[in-house]
Design a binder for this molecule. Sequence first.
Ligand code: SF4
Length: 212
Amino acid sequence: MYEDNELIQLSALQHFLFCPRQCALIHLEQIWEDNIYTIEGQLLHKRAHSGKIERRPEKHTEYGMPIRSLTLGLSGKTDAVEYGIDGHIHVVEYKRGKPKKGREDEVQLCAQALCIEEMKKVKISEGYLYYGKVKRRRTVLFDDELRKLTITTAKRLHAFIKEEKTPPAKYNETKCPRCSLLSLCLPKILSKTKTVQKYYDKLFFKDEECTS
Ligand code: SF4
């Protein structure tokens, strides 16, 4: 069990699975830069983080519910939690893009469900990922495999954050072009130079060498 001061932001799970360097830059070095994708994401999440409760005959929906799990060592907010009249609880996460090849979104959603299960002593069997680009929600089953993957990823994330080491930049042609930190991470340049120091030496002392 983790203590309150050891909890890591739940979104770090998704960052870690997407790219460990992105996770370290955001959660260890507190580096962030908005771009068109992050602004679209913020607009999509505006209602989700309102903290409101919407009541309809067949279900009610709670937006922006604070959650945490001392077992996983994670805390955050859900986008939406739906309570059906049949007793089912569904957790919903909004994403601006389209479904991804990796399982990072599913793991993030499952972690939210595990937090709610721990807090409310309930069982949540499935949730939804809503993708803004395709305007569709996809059902995600919280089966044993996804639960295990989520728990293992949370443990690996804690070990990674504890180590306090930002991995070196390595350009990935699928991930880097859509990464919000591309202009700060400089993967194309830094993966060719062994260290940041060497990169800056090359940048600033090249001229001196030429003129001396
Ligand atoms: S630009 Fe690429 S290497 Fe750098 S943090 Fe983003 S995904 Fe990772």
